[in-house]
Design a protein around this ligand. Structure first.
Ligand SMILES: *[C@@H]1O[C@H](CO)[C@@H](O)[C@H](O)[C@H]1NC(C)=O
Ligand SMILES: *[C@@H]1O[C@H](CO)[C@@H](O)[C@H](O)[C@H]1NC(C)=O
Ligand SMILES: *[C@@H]1O[C@H](CO)[C@@H](O)[C@H](O)[C@H]1NC(C)=O
Ligand SMILES: *[C@@H]1O[C@H](CO)[C@@H](O)[C@H](O)[C@H]1NC(C)=O
Length: 264
């Protein structure tokens, strides 16, 4: 299974407008999140946490390979040049250099070995993301609009409430697909103060043109949706990880999108 990884961007204005975030991980379909975020309690903390998690999502598989290929004895620069080569991304290489120099080579490698492939735990070990262990969240609303309709955009709207606040975690959405291919996405959810929050996730449920392998066909049927709000990575066995709450709903795809007369 190939996990496509996208970089997310976030606006850090004083009173942020609804932010749009691309998923960290998705397994089919195209997804986007917008949420009315609260004012960050500490802008700098959020910034470096996001930077680290984005990097780790892009590179955590390759760091292991780079270590095996001799990057272990030669310091940050050599290790990160192998990572840059393997990911084919100079930006990932630069992020690697920056983070490795900041936390120190030994810590950088040690945290990798400890965190396995969990980017949030990795960034907590590197002290780039805050740890909050007495957090909680309860999903108070989960709806899909339209509830039933042809292929197209389905808006998944959720609200949750936290009494103690939340830790560095993620929102994970999983859809049981009718044709058996996994469908889902996860979004970094940085620590939040106690309060009520909402998030809107759009699934663009249209077969991708030119897709050749593992293509989602979005055939007609009932699609069961499970939404998770988690501390750390959902389903992780590492410390500081917990599913705060999960809730299910569903929507129905009735058939192909009607042909757009303006495009004929
Ligand atoms: C990166 O790749 C290039 C060509 O693909 C190669 O010449 C170079 O030696 C590689 N660098 C490292 C550090 O592996
Ligand atoms: C909130 O934090 C307090 C103090 O740490 C703890 O006793 C309580 O269980 C927490 N509440 C929830 C809902 O986790
Ligand atoms: C969706 O959930 C219902 C039960 O709520 C189940 O009968 C059905 O098989 C599920 N559909 C898929 C595609 O998993
Ligand atoms: C879909 O969800 C509704 C509640 O929103 C539930 O009543 C219904 O049983 C679900 N259908 C399936 C097939 O799971």
């Amino acid at each position: 299974m190939v996990l496509a990884v996208l970089l997310a961007h976030q606006c850090l204005a004083d009173r942020p407008p609804p932010r749009r975030q691309a998923p960290l991980v998705r397994t089919g379909g195209s997804w986007s999140l917008s949420s009315r975020a609260s004012k960050p309690s500490n802008v700098n903390d959020r910034d470096k946490c996001k930077f680290c998690v984005d990097f780790a999502h892009n590179a955590i598989q390759t760091i292991g390979e780079a270590i095996l290929e001799g990057g272990l004895t030669q310091g940050c620069e050599k290790l990160c040049s192998i990572v840059a080569n393997k990911t084919g991304s100079q930006a990932v290489g630069l992020a690697c250099d920056g983070l490795c120099a900041l936390v120190g080579f030994d810590e950088f490698v040690h945290a990798f070995e400890k965190a396995d492939v969990d980017p949030i735990y990795y960034c907590e070990l590197l002290k780039q993301c805050p740890i909050v262990d007495n957090g909680d969240a309860t999903i108070t609303k989960l709806t899909v609009t339209p509830k039933s309709g042809p292929q197209g955009d389905f808006l998944i709207d959720m609200e949750y409430e936290t009494k103690n606040g939340t830790g560095t975690g993620e929102l994970l959405i999983y859809v049981d697909p009718v044709d058996g291919l996994p469908l889902g996405a996860s979004f970094l959810n940085e620590p939040q103060d106690p309060g009520k929050y909402d998030a809107q996730i759009t699934l663009h449920a249209v077969p991708q043109q030119g897709c050749e392998v593992a293509c989602e066909s979005f055939e007609p049927g009932v699609y069961n949706v499970t939404m998770h709000v988690c501390n750390g990575q959902c389903m992780s066995h590492h410390p500081h990880s917990k599913i705060y709450d999960k809730k299910k709903t569903n929507f129905t795809i009735t058939g192909p999108a009607p042909t757009d007369p303006s495009r004929l």
